[in-house]
Design a protein around this ligand. Structure first.
Ligand code: AR6
Length: 175
């Protein structure tokens, strides 16, 4: 499985699945969540409402992931995950790692080959970018290759140059 980095807009990626940094309500929001719902159109929200009415009446817990259509986006699916809000007093790293692991598990259930992630929790939820990048890269590497059958590429799509550089540093081999 390859890990690649792109600076750009995740909604424009021609991949099988785009991961959304959602909130527990699954009803949309700002940041990458707002961009995904705008680009994909109302079909995504319709499926999210259906999930709330059926399998997830209390919302999606932080660290978990669930899939819907990608609507009008070039991708086929959106995998919605809920990152933890950053806390300086409580270590929530395992919840953030779980977002990547659960999203990749859902991607495998969908037989997705290429999956694009944003920097989950590193915007409105306040996670420092270097730490968010480290956790993203480490949890993705931990998932590969033993437990991965269908995945060929995990693409981190970073909006800003700073975010891109943080992920590039996280990917540098440690000597
Ligand atoms: N493509 C790629 N990355 C993006 C895009 C985009 N189009 N737009 C923003 N980012 P955030 P969070 C980056 O705040 O911290 C929402 O309101 C952004 O620069 O989207 O997990 C949800 O509904 C940042 O680096 O997600 C939740 O309430 C990264 O994506 C809450 O925000 C994540 O920032 C989730 O907060």
């Amino acid at each position: 499985m390859d890990i690649t980095l792109v600076q750009g807009d995740i909604t424009e990626q021609r991949v099988d699945a785009v991961v959304n940094a959602a909130n527990s309500s699954l009803m949309g929001g700002g940041g990458v969540d707002g961009a995904i719902h705008r680009a994909g159109g109302p079909e995504i929200l319709r499926e999210c409402r259906r999930l709330r009415d059926t399998s997830h009446p209390d919302g999606l817990p932080a660290g978990d992931a669930v899939a819907t259509t990608a609507g009008r986006m070039p991708a086929t699916w959106v995998i919605h995950t809920v990152g933890p809000v950053y806390s300086a007093s409580e270590d929530r790293s395992s919840t953030l790692a779980s977002c990547y692991r659960r999203s990749l598990e859902v991607a495998e259930e969908l037989n997705a080959a290429v999956v694009a992630f944003p920097a989950v929790s590193a915007g409105v939820y306040g996670w420092p970018m270097d730490s968010a990048a480290d956790i993203a890269v480490r949890s993705t590497l931990a998932f590969s290759p033993a437990s991965s059958n269908t995945l060929s590429e995990v693409r981190f799509v970073l909006f800003s140059r700073d975010a891109y550089e943080a992920f590039a540093r996280a990917l540098e081999p440690t000597s």
